[in-house]
Write a protein that binds this ligand. Structure first.
Ligand SMILES: [Zn+2]
Length: 202
């Protein structure tokens, strides 16, 4: 009888240790799997590569891939004809440079403004309180559509000079608007994106 108990204990111990070991490897495998890039080998990357995104103190990413904080200038209060001020940051970059989402949200509006922002995209934050505006694009990212859920770093398009930008100085016009209750994509109150992107005042 004692021998039977001993065998039972040995069998149970073995069974538990097998279960724990497989659970460990399952967890280890899943963790490794999540860390893998989403694009298959040989496929063009669908988002900015890991490490390419540069985030400011609030977690906002510089929306033009390859641009460093020290390359940014504060153009928020620059005059733009008459009494208008700029209310945005111009991020200078070669035509065709990848433009990505600075923050997650929903792509609320794709809009063409011939005499203004040219090819533009409006992305609303998940809580609805902020609107991120990307303008003067050369082109949209393939498949980009209104209602699309955007993660930070998802492609929006390419740097260009559509609208009223100078063809000799392609750049991304990037604006952030605080959105009041019920405000639509063309509304909102601008805040200065520069300190959020550059991490300093000047
Ligand atoms: Zn601008």
């Amino acid at each position: 009888m004692d021998r039977l108990k001993l065998i039972l204990v040995i069998v149970l111990t073995a069974a538990i240790s097998v279960a724990l070991t497989s659970a460990f490897w399952l967890m280890a495998f899943n963790r490794g799997h999540v860390a893998e890039p989403s694009a298959a080998p040989g496929e063009a990357p669908s988002t900015a590569a890991p490490g390419q995104l540069i985030r400011g103190p609030t977690g906002l990413a510089i929306p033009v891939v390859g641009v460093k904080p020290e390359q940014l200038t504060d153009t928020y209060s620059a005059a733009r004809g008459g009494s208008r001020v700029h209310d945005a940051t111009d991020i200078m970059a070669p035509r065709g440079t990848l433009v990505v989402a600075a923050a997650p949200g929903t792509l609320e509006k794709l809009f063409f403004s011939k005499g203004g922002g040219g090819i533009t995209a409006y992305v609303r934050s998940p809580d609805g309180a902020w609107q991120y505006y990307y303008a003067h694009l050369d082109a949209y990212a393939p498949g980009l559509h209104e209602g699309q859920a955007m993660k930070q770093g998802d492609p929006i398009g390419r740097v260009g000079s559509t609208g009223d930008a100078s063809p000799e100085a392609p750049h991304l016009h990037f604006a952030i608007n605080r959105m009041g209750q019920g405000e639509r994509w063309w509304q909102g109150t601008p805040i200065n994106p520069y300190p959020l992107l550059a991490g300093n005042k000047r």
